[in-house]
Design a protein around this ligand. Structure first.
Ligand code: ATP
Length: 454
């Protein structure tokens, strides 16, 4: 974990937010390579969930929404985690997670009293993460919605606008709009990528748990009787989509929820083996008709579906897939982190699949003080960059050092322009994983890299 966090910071993937002011808990910034990796992962998700599907369309709903939405969905009352505070040092812990760590089941859906009882029964095994103390306050449910003072000109904030706690509510409340403007037939899905905010009690574990984070969610609307068969299809589809990113199947597993919320038909998480063990990467849930029914009651409007062929009216059931971008970036970094020996030296490199690597190829002039080499290399670089934007120029230090730097950020190919290039228009292309080089004519380069990232 420390090695990944340190490489992520040193090489411009992820920085702690507000670092020069001492940081800010639960928030992170993505650096120059992090933003490219993140955007590649989002683009892959969009491709899988929207472009490769005729039955799913996209949406970008706003972060602020009418506060009544969060009441109708149950979030103002029920969107909470159990919290206890260390009486010695006032550190707050998330009780269900602390219990989970010692192998005792409890979850945020349980009543406050029930979790408090389990917590107290196991108190001798739980220690404060900061001071090691074992004297805690009673368990209290803490609401995770983040309030704002948007539009609160009287300063009493009695009806606060929230920063959305999940992106899917924006999808539910636009269900009718999308249905009407696109003339969709069941089953169909609406996909969205966007920021979400939660007042997480104990945001540890790097970008795994942030207070500000991004979600990629797809809500799929079905006829009631097809909910569970579509659910099985979606589970398979999402599992394969994650494997496609280059994650080893051994590091993934399904976890079925033990304690379902009253409306859910079934719920599974795809767990990834993070450095501390298997933990949730993505949720795939069958939600019945709860969401549209709740909003229909909340707004007083029909959110049903009219089937023209059968003449029936009903509220569609929903299955969803929901992934955190930060959790996926973390999983991909952990998966790609590799140490090996090359040419007698140990090296660290990120073994990204070329499709998701932040830099696809780096172009080097063999020597930077030879204008004819630099000019030729600049020509190759510009021609490549026109076709493939994630190309990097590097002329810093000797070629060996450049290779190591590119290995550390996971660049699959390094292209060197040397004196032979001036003679015969060939370059060396060095493969990140094997360290082997082959000579290639310049005109073949674009096709070669495009093929690798297809
Ligand atoms: P957890 O049990 O870990 O708190 P959750 O079950 O509350 O997560 P969901 O509400 O199902 O999570 O959110 C869907 C997805 O959004 C999760 O699978 C995860 O990838 C992501 N996610 C949720 N909370 C966070 C967070 N605080 N930081 C980063 N990603 C998150």
């Amino acid at each position: 974990m420390e090695k990944i966090i340190s490489l992520a910071k040193r090489r411009g993937f992820v920085y702690p937010s507000s670092e020069i002011y001492g940081g800010f808990s639960g928030v992170y910034d993505y650096g120059p390579f992090g933003v490219e990796l993140e955007s590649n992962l989002k683009a892959q998700w969009w491709r899988k969930m929207v472009y490769e599907r005729d039955d799913i369309v996209g949406l970008d709903s706003s972060i602020f929404m009418n506060p009544k939405i969060w009441e109708a969905s149950g979030h103002t009352k029920g969107f909470s985690d159990p919290l206890a505070e260390c009486k010695e040092c006032n550190t707050r812990i998330r009780v269900d997670k602390a219990l989970e760590e010692i192998g005792v089941f409890a979850d945020e859906k349980m009543e406050e009293k029930e979790i408090d009882k389990i917590f107290k029964e196991n108190i001798d095994k739980i220690k404060c993460i900061k001071c090691g103390g074992q004297d805690f306050t009673d368990v209290k449910k803490f609401n995770l919605l983040v309030k704002s003072n948007l539009g609160d000109f009287t300063n009493d904030n009695s009806d606060p606008a929230y920063l959305r706690g999940e992106t899917c509510q924006g999808i539910y409340v636009n269900y009718k709009n999308v249905l009407d403007s696109m003339h969709l037939k069941l089953p169909f899905g609406i996909a969205q990528i966007g920021k979400a905010f939660r007042n997480e009690i104990s945001p540890r574990q790097f970008i795994f748990r942030g207070r500000e984070f991004e979600q990629m969610e797809m809500q799929y609307f079905t006829r009631p009787e097809n909910e569970m068969s579509e659910f099985e299809k979606l589970r398979e589809y999402r599992w394969n989509a994650i494997l496609d990113l280059g994650i080893n199947e051994e590091n993934l597993r399904w976890k079925q929820h033990e304690n379902l919320v009253f409306y859910a038909k079934d719920a599974y998480d795809i767990e990834y083996k993070f450095p501390w063990g298997f933990d949730e990467l993505e949720g795939v849930h069958a939600r019945g008709n709860y969401d549209l029914t709740a909003h229909s009651k909340g707004c007083g409007k029909q959110l049903d579906y009219f089937d023209q062929e059968s003449g029936e009216r009903f509220i569609p059931h929903i299955i969803e897939s929901s992934t955190g971008v930060g959790r996926l970036v973390f999983a991909i970094l952990a998966e790609a982190y590799t140490e090996d020996e090359l040419g007698g030296n140990t090296r660290v490199y990120l073994k990204f699949k070329p499709q998701i690597a932040p830099v696809k190829a780096a172009v080097f002039p063999l020597m930077k003080n030879k204008p004819e080499l630099v000019e030729k290399a600049r020509g190759v670089y510009s021609a490549l960059k026109k076709e493939i934007p994630q190309i990097m120029w590097d002329d810093n230090g000797n070629v060996g050092k450049r290779y190591r730097r590119q290995d550390e950020i996971g660049t699959p190919y390094c292209i060197t322009i040397d004196f032979d290039t001036l003679e015969n228009d060939t370059v060396t292309v060095r493969d990140r994983d094997t360290g082997e080089q082959e000579r290639m004519v310049i005109t073949e380069l674009i096709g070669y890299i495009k093929n690798a990232i297809k």
